[in-house]
Design a protein around this ligand. Structure first.
Ligand SMILES: [Zn+2]
Length: 360
């Protein structure tokens, strides 16, 4: 073991060489290399967690860089799991890193989870959180859970062998629209705080010093607007559909949230003429609209859609073409509207930029 590398933590009596050896022997799976996963991974790798798995099927997008601090501008378009792995290996060549460039689902979760002792839930959507919970309960693995929404963050440890599971807290995915980061917005620093707390909780679990009190069965809540914090005890639900059952009977299921985006249809500028009576909807923000927009378009900003999807409902039965500046936000808006029951929707490929250059 490289003693100089870890000297600032092994000097702590609660950690010592023994704690460091426990970290080196630990096998930890981080699901999601995004806003929470990046800071968590960085601290866990730096601390010398011996084996770390990283699972993420996404690619780096420029809009991720505001919070996903393992990635650089030149990484845009690269797979997150592999890119994170390379960055972390540079940070600490002494540890073993596995990258899974795939979506965690009900077919691969059991095999992947089996190789690790602890799972960090750094995902941003409910289907993934439920799948992680159900598989972890089935296999008896503790989950260090993190979540952020707006200015609020949460951390908890679910270990069904000794307490509640995530479904004791949330029996079913919430009804209606639930937005993830890409849709709802977040300040990177909050993701960093919650991700770092998940890393800290994982380190406490692994090292296991008697003075440590990890958040097992407790939910830590933080509102960074006011810095109000709260820690609540999560009661175990003895009728929980998952953790009250025998482990062998648990059948984790997964409905990919990506299936919604698969239905979003892009449309080229040149193909617009073939649509009969389509309604152009500009989903950009007010300043962008003020600087120029497609004539006769309707302006309904994505930020308004987030707060009040009902403003779009008068157009539910029209053929709608959504556009933004370059075509990314309009796809997001289209995904939300498809989930809200819209069917005849397109996202303008290349957005207003493409429309302006076609006109020029
Ligand atoms: Zn439960």
């Amino acid at each position: 073991m490289n003693s100089a590398r870890y000297s600032r933590q092994t000097i702590l009596p609660e950690m010592g060489t023994e704690g460091q050896m426990r970290l080196a022997a630990a096998r930890l799976l981080v699901v999601g290399a995004g806003g929470l996963g990046c800071p968590a991974l960085q601290y866990l790798a730096a601390a010398g967690v011996g084996t770390i798995g990283i699972i993420d099927h996404d690619r780096v997008d420029i809009s991720n860089l505001q919070r996903q601090i393992l990635f650089a501008t030149a990484d845009a378009g690269k797979p997150k799991a592999q890119t994170a792995r390379a960055r972390l290996q540079d940070l600490n060549p002494d540890i073993t890193l596995h990258a899974f460039d795939t979506e965690l689902n009900d077919r691969n979760a059991q095999e992947i989870f089996s190789a690790y002792d602890i799972v960090l839930d750094c995902t941003d959507n409910f289907p993934a959180k439920f799948l992680i919970n159900d598989m972890a309960v089935k296999l008896g693995k503790p989950v260090v859970y993190g979540a952020i929404q707006g200015f609020e963050g949460q951390v908890a440890i679910f270990d069904a062998a000794h307490g509640p599971c995530y479904r004791c807290l949330h029996p079913q995915p919430p009804r209606g629209l639930v937005l993830n980061c890409a849709e709802a917005g977040v300040i990177g620093a909050l993701a960093g705080m919650i991700g770092a707390m998940q890393a800290m909780e994982a380190i406490k679990l692994i090292v296991g010093h008697e003075s440590f009190s990890p958040l097992k069965g407790k939910l830590f809540l933080m509102d960074v607007k006011t810095m109000d914090t709260q820690t609540i005890i999560i009661p175990k639900n003895h009728d929980c559909a998952i953790c009250s059952r025998p482990q062998a009977e648990i059948v984790p299921q997964y409905a990919s949230p990506v299936c919604f985006s698969a239905e979003v249809r892009d449309i080229e500028i040149a193909a617009l003429g073939a649509l009969q009576e389509c309604l152009m909807i500009d989903v950009r923000e007010q300043e962008e609209w003020d600087q120029g927009h497609i004539p006769d378009a309707l302006h309904l900003a994505l930020s308004i859609l987030h707060h009040d999807p009902e403003v779009f409902s008068p157009y539910r039965h029209r053929t709608c073409v959504l556009y933004c500046q370059r075509g990314a936000r309009s796809r997001k808006a289209a995904e939300i509207l498809l989930r809200a029951g819209f069917s005849d929707l397109y996202s303008l490929k290349g957005g207003y930029d493409a429309w302006s250059s076609a006109k020029a």
